[in-house]
Design a protein around this ligand. Structure first.
Ligand code: ARG
Ligand code: ZN
Length: 479
């Protein structure tokens, strides 16, 4: 008798409601232990993530039955209290059996659509390290939050990959990119199936009844939405990059005819990673790869070390550009993560620009030529120019403007400061911020520091104005 099913509401907590909620939570330490905030303070998604603690590690020990889509197991969260806590929240949507905090049974109730409210037997002290063990099970494809599930069931299994909402359907977390942590993800699957996740495949072992358990480890900090799991009948290929990074790619056996172009694209992963290292600097993680489950999805996602590729991407043939895009995110988005979702340009603008650089290197059109063509393709009265890549709003977080105009912003910067400083900035930025979080403002400040130029008007033009910039603002040769 899980608590999740009883109280789950099919509603989206609006910004206004959550803001009021946040205001009613007392935060004064003088009053003794108080509840952690039910949100991380993100203006786009006020109830995503939580306040009052910081997670250092997630340990997931799961079991998945593809025939019924049943997921069960235990997640252990290691965290540190940032205030005296009477209770705190985790984000989660499946049914919870029980919760222990520091080994003692805790009170748990499901509040709202994706929140667990956990009251430990004893309050937690500011600075105290604590453990939360959550036992749960569910059928993630049947659990809707706000009318949808991001869990994708496939002919041969299931997949967790979406942005920003993905974790709720498979593990409890402080679901906001500002709280990164290391992960151990262990998944047991029946005979004939394979599981995939992020990072290094540490070991595989028999799990009884013909089942196999695979243990995956992400030893570098990872944002919660960048954790992924997939179960299916996968064909796995293994290799190494020139610099010796292990590559693990996987293709569902149910891909059918599309399988050829998916492979022809994703098997370029090692080569693309080697090339990206020459542009951005050392690859930030200890393994790399990509996987294609038979979801039918048209999007790809930069799940850490092992991007997810929707097989519809390869319906019309190979798409190397998307592989460059998702791998570039490993530096920009995964290693250096957004502080708030508003900072999404730091992910999408840079990954998009990486594909333009790839085209330039391949002799298929320079970044300047592509920027110019994309610029011309949107007339001044096109709604495209109404979206500010530097603050697009939650509803436009993945609008084409964040990607295309976001990449144009980088071309304009390159033209203004020259190649030498531009590439110095690209590499220096991700080196300085490795494993951390950043704001758009931080990047602007960093660019000004390295180039010694005032760049506020350039960034204002390309990231914030809601009108089409004049062509000369792009700089470079006008073609
Ligand atoms: N970050 C992803 C990309 O690089 C976008 C994912 C958008 N999410 C979605 N469910 N379509 O393209
Ligand atoms: Zn992207």
């Amino acid at each position: 008798k899980g608590v999740g099913g009883l109280v789950r509401q099919r509603l989206i907590v609006t910004g206004a409601v959550a803001a009021v909620l946040a205001l009613t939570v007392p935060a004064s330490a003088a009053d003794g232990p108080s509840p952690g905030a039910p949100g991380a303070g993100d203006s786009y998604y006020p109830d995503y993530g939580n306040g009052g603690y910081d997670v250092s590690h997630y340990d997931l020990r799961l079991k998945y039955q593809p025939k019924t889509d049943e997921l069960s197991g235990t997640t252990t969260v290691l965290a540190r209290a940032e205030q005296d806590l009477s209770r705190f929240n985790l984000d989660f949507a499946l049914d919870v059996k029980e919760v222990h905090v520091n080994g003692r049974k805790a009170k748990v109730s499901a509040t709202g659509s994706h929140e667990l409210e956990i009251t430990p037997a004893e309050p937690l002290k500011k600075g105290e390290r604590f453990s939360v063990v959550v036992r749960y099970s569910g059928v993630p494809s049947e659990v809707e939050v706000g009318g949808y599930t991001s869990w994708q069931r496939t002919p041969d299994g299931g997949v967790a990959a979406n942005e920003p909402e993905s974790a709720w359907w498979w593990y409890p977390s402080n679901d906001h990119p500002s709280d990164k942590a290391t992960f151990d993800i262990s998944i047991a699957v029946p005979k004939g199936y394979k599981s995939l996740s992020n990072g290094d495949l540490v070991s595989e072992e028999p799990a009884g009844g013909g089942w196999t358990r695979s243990n995956w480890r992400s030893g570098q900090p990872q944002a919660t939405y960048l954790a992924t799991m997939a179960v299916g009948k996968f064909d796995v290929t293994k290799s190494k990059t020139e610099s010796g990074i292990p590559v693990v790619n996987a293709y569902s056996e149910s891909l059918g005819d599309e399988d050829g172009s998916a492979r022809a694209s994703i098997e370029r992963t090692a080569e693309i990673t080697d090339w990206l290292e020459t542009v951005f600097g050392k690859y930030p993680f200890s393994s790399v790869g990509g996987y294609v489950p038979a979801t039918g999805a048209g999007f790809a996602l930069e799940t850490q070390t092992r991007p997810f590729y929707g097989n519809a991407r390869f319906k019309k043939g190979t798409d190397v550009s998307v592989v460059v895009h998702e791998l570039a995110h490993q530096w920009y988005g995964d290693s250096v993560s957004v502080r708030k979702w508003r900072d999404i340009w730091l992910n999408e603008g840079f990954a998009s620009y990486a594909s333009w650089l790839w085209s330039e290197k391949e002799g298929e059109g320079t970044a300047q030529e592509i920027a110019s063509e994309v610029y011309e393709s949107y007339p001044a009265n096109d709604p495209f120019w109404k979206v500010s890549p530097g603050d697009p709003g939650a509803e436009n977080q993945f609008h084409g403007a964040v990607y295309d105009r976001g990449a144009m912003a980088l071309q304009a910067l390159r033209n203004k400061i020259g190649d030498k400083d531009f590439f110095k900035i690209l590499e220096g930025w991700q080196t300085e911020r490795k494993g951390g979080n950043a704001r758009v403002e931080d990047f602007i400040e960093y660019s000004e520091k390295v180039s010694g130029k005032s760049l506020s008007s350039l960034f204002d033009t390309w990231l914030y104005k809601t009108s089409k910039p004049k062509k000369p603002a792009l700089g470079g040769e006008v073609n």
